[in-house]
Design a protein around this ligand. Sequence first.
Ligand SMILES: [Ca+2]
Length: 496
Amino acid sequence: MNPSTRRKFIGQMAGAAAVAALPAALRAQADRAGARRPNVLLLMADDLRPELHCHGVEGIRTPHIDALAARSLRFNRAYCQYPLCNPSRSSMFTGHYPTQTGVMDNRQWWGYRHPDYVSMFRRFRDAGYNTITEGKIFHIGIDDTDAWTVGGAQRRYAPDASEHIDGAASGGAAVAAAATADAATRTQTPERASGSDRIVVLEGDGETYQDYGHATRAIARLKEYKDRDKPFLLACGFTNPHSPPRAPQRSYDQYDVAKVPLPVDYAPRPTVPPGFPALSVVPRNTDLFIGRDSTPESAREMKRAYWAAVSFLDEQVGRVVQALDELKLADNTIIVLTTDHGYHLGEKGRWSKAYSLFDVAVRIPLMISVPGGAANGRVCDRNVEMINLYRTMCELCDVPPPDGIEGVSMTPLLHDPGAAWDRPVYSVVAYRDALGRSVLTEGWRYTQWNEGEGGEVLFDEHADPHELKNLANDPQHAGKLAELRALLNKLPGRTR
Ligand SMILES: [Ca+2]
């Protein structure tokens, strides 16, 4: 950004907090300016673990997301609070842990149980933003309908979450198709499983696929809202690389299947490693290879399909960001790219996210591009949790956060990615009558089920990044175990 555009941008930002990431000498100038707040473009992928070239994954092609990372602060170790769509998004966008929302499946809307909660998008709307939704932001059929000035879908689940609301709009065939794929994660009838557990080659260049349409409509919204009297928050949610993996043939053709690597702990079916509790690896896959074994060959084929789906997503992200640049919105628009949770691609024989508290299931991409931001183009290796997103966006945009939400603003890291930061990261998962809870600190992960009665695991993340060796029963680590048990008990909310 040249000096004149930098001054222009700062003049458009209001509030000292919003400029925490900017050089100190410019803050006073910004403080004096009482003008327009920045726009926000939130790009949400679905089931995207950090399987990106900019995250060091060799072989995958993600040039547009890499380019976005090069103008953002890329968080190398960002974590979701729950490895499933709706619980993660509900936590992320309300600022409450899953143990507080009580939302642990893909059917509950958080607002029924917590009418006092105010979502991040509703907060921005109330603070004077045009809030625009396109694609999947909240889970399919469980939208925060009142959060949006533009878009949004009627909720399809009743408060008891057992029945569809009669006559509710489905949001179109494409949305219904995505919901079918998601349904495979909770009810594995053969029909639903077959909808998810397959590789889909899109016709032509994929122009008729929903994610292409989401990008097209997001671009149209950028044009429509670029010069309004209010700033905008445009949230654009893509379905890729959610199962079934979907991409045009050319996306598959760019990868040699023989060169797609398998994980060190690949197994043909979900496999509990020796020394691990049974609950750490549930016995049935829920997205891919559902109720059937993989072979090394079919596993490589499936992982290539995931890569192809990520590359197609990458192109759609590129289209939207290019449009933003061409519309000259880059100098006053904060861009955030993230997703709802991670994914197993064969690690421990799993092909899903559901019910897993391993690192691959909860670690996610997160990049934040602040115009003129001091940390753009840099990488942050601090552990951060997505519950922080709400306060971070509020601070960057001078929107007052609601009382009582959890998390802290990550703006100190946007100013200095190496700043001191020792906050623990919490993740939660429910499986049948068991509740798993996990805490990550610098170098260590500790996970327990049913307060330890269902087993526990301890990993040295530096020595064992693939989480292959459970140290929970190693007397040498008794002190670390006690420390992390105590830290885990600071997670707010219910434990059963
Ligand atoms: Ca998801």
